[in-house]
Design a protein around this ligand. Structure first.
Ligand SMILES: *[C@@H]1O[C@H](CO)[C@@H](O)[C@H](O)[C@H]1NC(C)=O
Ligand SMILES: *[C@@H]1O[C@H](CO)[C@@H](O)[C@H](O)[C@H]1NC(C)=O
Ligand SMILES: *[C@@H]1O[C@H](CO)[C@@H](O)[C@H](O)[C@H]1NC(C)=O
Ligand SMILES: *[C@@H]1O[C@H](CO)[C@@H](O)[C@H](O)[C@H]1NC(C)=O
Ligand SMILES: *[C@@H]1O[C@H](CO)[C@@H](O)[C@H](O)[C@H]1NC(C)=O
Ligand SMILES: *[C@@H]1O[C@H](CO)[C@@H](O)[C@H](O)[C@H]1NC(C)=O
Ligand SMILES: *[C@@H]1O[C@H](CO)[C@@H](O)[C@H](O)[C@H]1NC(C)=O
Length: 901
């Protein structure tokens, strides 16, 4: 994400022996797919792996593209690993993990597959550990041992001669580890529970390389937490699965035209509610497709029932609906799965999903709203929209509740429908638009379910978008237990031996998440091992472009900004403001309005209320300088009238301000903020490629607003992850605005925003002139660093950053906290070199400690509601990343901030 502004760093760690021509750390490596910055960690790990093992694949190897791209279902997941390792024994995984730890390298793991999105099982610039050589099966009397490189088809194939079946994926290409570790929907959940409930034993390599067996008696806590805890606790090298005597299944394929869809969705609700004493195992894949070009909608049922009764009795309610196609057959699991292939590299795809109690009227209205909304994006190239329903009957949850083991979901024995949008498209330029569309639509519709009291917080990882947080929907008790298990196993001796566990709910509050990024570079940590996923159909292959190159960082960071959840507690509300609250949730009013369908949603009372709040209150909270306050009060909204994205940005900011002021309405205001900001993002992404003198100031303003939003966005519910690269994301966001300044410099200097720049320039001249000699705390820091760092170039990079820090401290001391301007605080971030940023990105202790000192300066900005808690949040993250020795270096800033571990 930092690509744009980290240019060459000179430290010459050489990637030797791995077949790449000598490559410098910090340089850009071009791969057949894209390019990445070579980090010290990756260079070190790839080099050590090459010395220890043969067959390491690097970007120049013939098989690179086959591994880094062709193996994936979602084209978005094609990334550029620095090297790829295909271990074939558990000991090799142990060794690799030790190397990753020694080198502080980032890596991702890919097994047989389930999750689709970028980073869930592939990585840019890190090491990809692909488990495809773990491809052995061993059939026992009532179980089967399976390697994580296999798919469920392999399992069904191995069991067929024995007349048995395991509880696994419904389609051919779904992987064993992915589905098992995230929970696992199958046709037979109603009787046998989820895939996770049917794992008898796991062979696991822990983060520190130690191998253990987790079963009911050996490491029972780990055993429990692997049941749905995803890839956060280790790399599983073997699954032992329970099998059942299911020699034959009775299957049905039924396709309905549009008139049949309401009946189809009703039948879905009925089958979810079915809770018989002696259940017949039966389940399905139930989807609705809509072609926005031909305007044709259809529904399809792929139903499977154990036994040979034909037609399958459990699907009687579907069989009663007039169908376009209806085929019944008695067959085997293998035979059935063999026909349900999903091609790799199929398209770009975004999932979004929510859970509800079965209610056919609501489900039908959701389907209709989805279909209307698809029409609004009909122009997207390669659009492939699917509305998916999954049933979670009471019987499925009951298995976990009664088998003496349980699972991390802790669902109560109640029927649920999981409804999902699975949206495919062709071009990278539409990524942002599709994400915003999908998220807004699903949140809006779910808000209606919340009002009706039929929504559940449960989120199934396998159907969730990368922006969703499944842990938030698990029972709090279970999440607490997951935390404890994580904490007990790990981080006592070496905080990084928990490497695999990185990013679990368990470490959110103790271990800095952006430390030794594991599995996944930029994602949230809850993802399961492996690769492709789950949808029947065949379609266009998308291109392999990365984000829009015109202003990539900006878009990226803008997007990350949305997801920021800095650790700002909803602090004590100050006096109620003049904000006019209509009593109507802004969210709900939007929802109603949007269901009426116009492309750019119109505005109404809720928006007026937000604008009013902005003009009477929020606009005074961004700067303390009277001139700038006037700019924010009058000039900025006037931009909003010409550029709707600025307007929406203002509304989002006002909504967040209200969320801060009214904690009891926090959720709905944060929702409103996200809603407006997402709409704005959709609009601005169309503008950014054509940035010019005229629209430049508006884009700059939006980008500034986004930065503030990034800082201000509070924790929604008990958010259980902390993004790995929080500080860097925030920095890139911040410096992204600067790249806009430079590209449209003239219009900013002379236009209506000129006061911002004149003031900023005066401040920065004064800053330049300040002397830095006399601050003892910095002299001490400098001395420590001079003793520790040998490389003269690195050393200069650090001491320059310290000198600049000196100027900022001098500024604060001279002008006084009261008169300190936003520009005085942020200037250091603009002045530090790309090389220093690079060090920060590599998390060298020196760079982190220097940043820790900067937190003391950041604190000066905490008069603003949107910065509150920010400096403590940062220093805490830094502290937990450092080893004991460097923690001592951090004493001074910790004292200044009044923070103790
Ligand atoms: C590359 O792929 C081919 C065909 O799949 C295989 O025979 C060969 O061993 C692979 N090479 C490496 C280095 O993995
Ligand atoms: C669990 O694993 C251990 C170690 O492999 C083994 O000795 C034990 O028999 C297993 N227990 C069960 C219940 O399978
Ligand atoms: C759907 O199929 C039924 C039964 O074949 C038919 O009566 C109905 O007219 C069809 N509806 C549409 C919209 O094609
Ligand atoms: C079929 O629908 C009826 C209600 O119309 C319901 O009572 C019954 O349980 C359903 N049967 C199945 C197998 O879903
Ligand atoms: C029905 O099942 C048999 C046995 O598995 C298989 O050979 C045949 O192709 C199937 N027929 C259809 C129409 O799927
Ligand atoms: C929709 O229909 C058009 C025209 O028949 C076709 O080209 C396109 O592939 C269809 N889209 C999907 C998603 O099936
Ligand atoms: C690795 O971690 C496990 C779990 O905490 C521990 O039991 C084991 O001793 C550790 N192994 C090493 C080599 O440190």
């Amino acid at each position: 994400m930092m690509k744009g502004f980290i240019s060459l760093s000179i430290s010459a760690l050489v990637l030797s022996g791995s077949g790449i021509a000598t490559t410098l750390v910090g340089s850009t490596v071009t791969t057949p797919l894209s390019s990445f910055e070579l980090t010290k960690g990756a260079a070190c790990a790839c080099s050590k792996l090459s010395r220890a093992f043969s067959g390491i694949i690097n970007p120049k190897s013939a098989n690179y593209t086959a591994q880094a791209a062709d193996a994936y279902w979602d084209v978005r997941a094609d990334l550029s690993p620095a090297c790829i390792f295909l271990p074939s024994m558990a000991d090799e995984i142990s060794k690799a993990l030790q190397i990753f730890q020694t080198c502080d390298a980032q890596f991702a793991v890919r097994g047989g597959g389930h999750m689709n999105y970028p980073g869930s099982n592939n990585i840019d610039g890190g090491v990809l550990l692909a488990l495809e050589k773990f491809n052995k099966v061993k059939v026992n009397a009532e179980s089967i041992e399976v390697g994580p490189g296999l798919t469920w088809y392999n399992v069904y194939e191995a069991l067929e001669p024995y007349g048995r079946a395991a509880i696994g994926g419904r389609l051919k290409t779904i992987g064993v580890p992915g589905l098992s570790l995230i929970g696992g929907f199958h046709y037979f959940n109603n009787k046998y529970g989820y895939a996770m409930d049917n794992v008898l034993s796991y062979d696991v390599v822990l983060g520190n390389g130690t191998r253990v067996v987790a079963n009911k008696t050996s490491h029972p806590d780990l055993f429990w937490t692997l049941k749905g805890g995803a890839n956060n606790y280790g790399i599983v090298t073997k699954f032992t699965l329970k099998t059942y005597a299911i020699p034959k299944v009775s299957a049905t394929i039924q396709v309905f035209n549009e008139s049949g869809i309401p009946g189809f969705l009703t039948a879905v609700c009925n089958i979810a509610r079915l809770d018989e004493k002696d259940p017949i195992a039966a389940g399905m894949v139930a989807t609705v497709q809509y072609n926005a070009t031909t305007k044709v909608a259809s529904a399809s049922l792929l139903g499977v029932q154990e036994g040979v009764s034909q037609p399958p009795s459990q699907f009687a309610n579907f069989s009663a609906i007039p169908a376009m196609t209806r085929i019944n057959n008695v067959t085997t699991m293998r035979q059935w799965a063999s026909s349900l292939d999903t091609p790799k590299q199929m398209f770009r795809v975004m999932f979004s999903h929510k859970t509800m109690k079965p209610d056919q009227d609501v489900l039908i209205s959701i389907y209709k709203a989805w279909k209307d909304a698809v029409d609004q994006i009909a122009d997207v190239e390669g659009l492939y929209p699917t509305f998916v329903t999954n049933v979670a009957p009471a019987g499925a949850a009951r298995v976990g509740l009664t088998n003496g083991v349980g699972n991390v979901w802790g669902l109560e024995a109640q029927p649920y429908i999981l409804w999902q949008f699975s949206t495919g498209w062709a071009l990278a330029q539409d990524d942002l638009r599709i994400e915003a569309w999908s998220r807004q639509l699903i949140e809006r519709l779910n808000a209606i379910n919340i009002e009706k009291g039929i929504a559940s917080d449960f989120i199934y990882m396998g159907d969730a978008g990368e922006w969703q947080d499944p842990f938030a929907g698990f029972s709090a008790k279970n999440v607490e237990r997951m935390r404890e298990i994580k904490a007990s196993g790990q981080h006592t001796e070496d905080k990084r031996n928990g490497l695999i566990q990185h990013g679990t709910p368990a470490n959110t509050h103790q271990v800095p998440n952006w430390v030794s990024v594991v599995q996944v570079a930029e994602s949230k940590g809850w993802h399961p091992l492996p690769s492709f996923t789950s949808h029947p159909a065949n379609a266009a292959i998308g291109t392999n472009e990365k984000c829009d190159e015109a202003k990539p960082k900006c878009q990226n960071c803008v997007r990350h900004g949305v997801e920021c959840n800095f650790n700002t507690p909803p602090t004590t509300a100050s006096t109620p403001t003049a904000g006019l609250h209509t009593g109507l949730s802004p969210f709900v009013s939007e929802a109603t309005r949007l269901s009426s369908g116009a492309a750019a949603p119109s505005m109404g009372m809720a928006e007026m209320a937000l604008l009013h709040h902005y003009s009477t209150s929020t606009c005074f909270t961004i700067s303390r300088h009277p001139v700038l306050q006037t700019v924010w009060q009058t000039t900025v909204p006037s931009f909003g009238f010409s550029y709707q994205f600025v307007f929406r940005g203002i509304l989002a900011l006002a909504a967040l301000h209200l969320a801060h002021l009214k904690p009891d309405l926090q959720d709905q205001y944060v929702d409103a903020a996200e809603y407006h900001h997402n709409l704005a993002l959709q609009m601005v992404s169309a503008t950014i490629p054509q940035i010019n003198e005229e629209n430049g100031p508006a884009v700059y303003l939006f980008s500034t607003i986004t930065c503030i939003i990034g800082c201000a966005l509070p924790r929604k519910r008990d958010d259980l992850w902390v993004s790995n690269d929080r500080i860097l994301q925030w920095l890139s966001l911040f410096r992204g605005t600067v790249s806009i300044i430079t590209s449209v410099h003239e219009s900013l200097k002379s236009g209506p925003l000129a006061p911002m720049f004149t003031l900023g320039r005066r401040r920065s001249l004064a800053w330049e002139a300040r002397s830095t000699a006399s601050q003892t705390f910095l002299i001490n820091l400098r001395r420590l660093i001079e003793e520790a760092v040998e490389d003269p170039i690195d050393l200069k990079c650090y001491t320059d950053a310290i000198d600049d820090l000196g100027k900022s401290f001098a500024t604060i001391f001279e002008v006084g906290s009261q008169n300190c301007e936003t520009a005085d605080i942020f200037i250091w971030l603009l002045r530090i070199t790309d090389q220093f940023l690079n060090q920060l990105q590599q998390r060298t202790p020196e760079a982190l400690v220097i940043f820790g000192y900067y937190c003391v300066i950041l604190k000066e900005l905490e008069w603003a509601w949107w910065m509150q808690g920010f400096s403590i949040h940062m220093i805490r993250a830094i502290y937990y990343h450092l080893d004991e020795e460097h923690r001592c270096w951090l004493q001074w800033p910790m004292q200044q901030l009044g923070w103790v571990p």
